[in-house]
Design a protein around this ligand. Sequence first.
Ligand code: ADP
Ligand code: MG
Length: 302
Amino acid sequence: MEPAAGPAPRPAGGTSPPAGTAAAPASPALATRQLAAGYGDVPVIHGVDLEVRAGQLVAVVGPNGAGKSTLLKAILGLARIMGGQVLADGNEVTGRPLEELVRLGVGYVPQVDDVFDPLKVSENLNMGGYLLGKDERATRMEEVLAIFPALRSRLNRYVGTMSGGERKMTAIARALMMSPRVLILDEPTAGLSAALTEAVLNDQVRTLADHGHAVLLVEQKAQAALRLADVASVLVQGQVAMSAAAAEVLASPQMAEVFLGGRAGQAKASEEAQVAGGANVAGGTSVARGTSVAGEAEVAEQ
Ligand SMILES: Nc1ncnc2c1ncn2[C@@H]1O[C@H](COP(=O)(O)OP(=O)(O)O)[C@@H](O)[C@H]1O
Ligand SMILES: [Mg+2]
């Protein structure tokens, strides 16, 4: 196995647009303003402000139960909005149903039920593009396969027979069929090994941002996400405890507090330590990256 090269370094803060593009547009591709939401009468998130721009990977990390999924569901019209706004390209879309958001260029990859196991990869992709005409769908599939070339040789595979990393790639590719400007991913590494986690985040999630998509990533595996993200918010008990350049969040004592502080935090910390190969959240040494080769090998093995 060759040593991993790792992704190219990016400017801290991630506010600059990808090379070769014009200056960042005035409106973020996706934003929330003081968003509050929950279920029934019970509020879960309180006054959350977020912004994701084209080419930017924004991570929302936080302990289990912090409200990360609820935040995404609120954006996607799947939780009850109790205040604030959701904006897509500067236009208010608060509480709009998911279908409508998809038409407006928002793609969503849920944590579970993101692919159809009894169907082939090609069939999953076609379903992702069901709103497109036949020719357009074929053209778009080629474009999606250019982003994830590893899927091309797997088009006739049944998704149920594939590995976790390949399934996630299929799920993301399926969401890409509608050419979303914004991609929202809820814990794409849930249930994956440490090596596959790195592979999915490096080779799939980061790739989306590098292709110009605005990517909003929710992850419980905070360190792994923060090593790749441009900007990050830490969600604690439904509120943003910290929002800054991802590298800054990774190195902050506040992160250590959130993940090493409480009992839930301690459990989380041991999981994080596995993902990070034992590096401590508070230590500046945990920024080393580049185990993506393991995931490529996994794809190549089959
Ligand atoms: N469908 C639901 N109905 C009622 N409460 C829910 C529902 N989904 C989540 N919750 C509650 O909202 C809180 C935040 O959950 P969630 O957003 O799933 O957190 P996270 O994704 O950060 O782990 C938890 O207390 C959870 O019990
Ligand atoms: Mg969740």
